[in-house]
Ligand binder design. Sequence first.
Ligand code: PMP
Length: 388
Amino acid sequence: MKGRKLLMIPGPIEFEPKVLQALGAPTDSHVAPSFIETFGNSLELMRTVWQSPTGQPFIMAGSGTLAMDMAVVNLIEPNDNVLIISTGYFGERYADICKRYGANVTILTTDVGNIVSLNTIEKELSTKNYKLLTMTHVDTSTGVLVDPEPIAKLGTKYNTLTVLDGVCSVAGEEINQDYWKIDVVLTASQKAIGVPPGLALLMISEKAMGVFKNRKTPVQNYYADFTHWLPIMKAYESRNPSYFGTPPVNLIAALEVSLQHIVSEGIETRFLRHKKIATAFREAMLALGFKLLPVHKNISANTLTAVYYPEKVDGATFLKHVGNNDVILAGGLLHSHKTQYFRIGHMGSVNNNDILATIGAIESSLIACNYSFETGIGIKTALTILNN
Ligand code: PMP
């Protein structure tokens, strides 16, 4: 589209035209039969995308932070022990949230760009009775990918509930919630789910719902309390009208369209597409002489890439040139390294052309910054992988 810049940040992303049409359609009543059907379908489609036939889905008005908040406020009680496995900014946020609700929080961290080892996690879990642990599937501040499956196994072994912050991963990175036995997988609409910002989405295991039902103290947040929302989700799923707080009707209409789109692409095909595009982009950056934040390729996310600016290239000037080349990228997020790196989102409907246009804009900007490299090497490297 002329005059339209390509939005390649790690959310919000570029959205499918059909999703945007649903968002812009006339607003239904929240108890109209057509909307009840849309809400019910969306809940059912979430189970398919999360690969969790036994989970309890929640669709809420709010951002990803509400989803993080809602997961723990319903499951922990004051003085519960909580373990945070942090790979960056969003692990720290999770520690803050849990502290706010009176949990005894232990946070495991590592060097920037690395993951906490399974040994370290197991050693900590064996020291005391942890009620719950959290892990960030893809920390959007570092582009580090954590493998949730073995951590979930440790959760089962030590009877600790497991919460996966999948805000930057659900529908982009492989997730098999029931098979991996993860108790909560949460996300937000604006990333690989492919819907403009405004929805917090959660899938809760039967085990975690049991823990919630056996609470001794009231949930410390009125709006986020499952007590209010569980009957609403159950009513919509059984195609009955219901009300607690007005649902974001248009966003849910857009969600139904996007989830249908994801399911029709095929969830495995979608993961592979993300993987291929991410690999092409990463290899292109390496060919241009950039260094990546994740310390190994096998812990690099497929939904975004975090890249250090080369020496002698000023970050702000470089990003301005990229913008002038009609591509929008994001700066750094991690406090300690904020000005040293930039981030590129490649998730949702991203295609080969988008990634090639992005690499082209990066190459043009490097030329404008007087950085010396073999012109075209990034594009050539990516093309070889994309055409394979
Ligand atoms: N967790 C992760 C991994 C995220 O990437 C984000 C958003 N960038 C959040 C949580 C918070 O989501 P939101 O900004 O929608 O509140």
